[in-house]
Design a protein around this ligand. Sequence first.
Ligand SMILES: CC(=O)[C@@H](O)[C@H](O)COP(=O)(O)O
Ligand SMILES: NCC(=O)COP(=O)(O)O
Length: 246
Amino acid sequence: MNPRVLLGVNIDHVATLRQARGTRYPDPVQAAMIAEEAGADGITLHPREDRRHIQDRDVLLLRETLQTKMNLEMAVTEAMLAFAEQVRPECVCLVPEKREELTTEGGLDVDGQEDRVASACERLSRIGAEVSLFIDPDPVQIDAAVRCGAPVVELHTGEYAEARTPEETEAAFSALVEAVAYARKKGLVVNAGHGLHYHNTERVAAIPGIHELNIGHAIIARAVFVGLKQAVADMRAILDRARGRA
Ligand SMILES: CC(=O)[C@@H](O)[C@H](O)COP(=O)(O)O
Ligand SMILES: NCC(=O)COP(=O)(O)O
């Protein structure tokens, strides 16, 4: 039987809804509990530098309550590294951040800042965190990730998810398939995420070598209509179907 693809549920946008009014609800902590009960293998959260959604309070409470694993997404900054050393998440995913961006626009340029990223990887591995680098499906970045000592890469699926023509979609999908195979040959664990939804995820989950998918916005969007438990279960079913485990 094909190996199961792990599902990391990103709860950022539960916090987006809360921050819209500055209320105490909906609580991302409650969302994480529901997502775990519904089949999430881990919870991903991204305390951005501008704290537009996830707050430190969310991270600290989830540190005490998660039953699965915490995947903390963060920029490569001193403040975030110090925060990770305080929180000690099981996993840290280093992502690029630009304040003006609507969402993450591209992968981390590991090749262009190797010493900085390598130092962050070393510091995070010292606290026992599994370090993942959020990169474009680019062999140059994959090679740089290996040199930095990261055991995991998360391939940015944005170009595939946001492609506007069938030709663009197929080109981006082929790049993903090739990048997964290349990274696996280099001995890396390969995750993927960004912009995946209920109509574009199955073929990504079916790529041999994909270990985990981190999915958030689409799950939270569906939860508005069917509830979070069902939205997570629906995505879990897609991943299992992709691997012939339905
Ligand atoms: C790195 C990535 O693709 C997302 O996990 C990230 O969290 C996107 O940022 P927003 O959640 O703020 O859209
Ligand atoms: N790293 C990708 C992630 O955590 C979720 O991204 P999205 O599904 O919210 O686009």
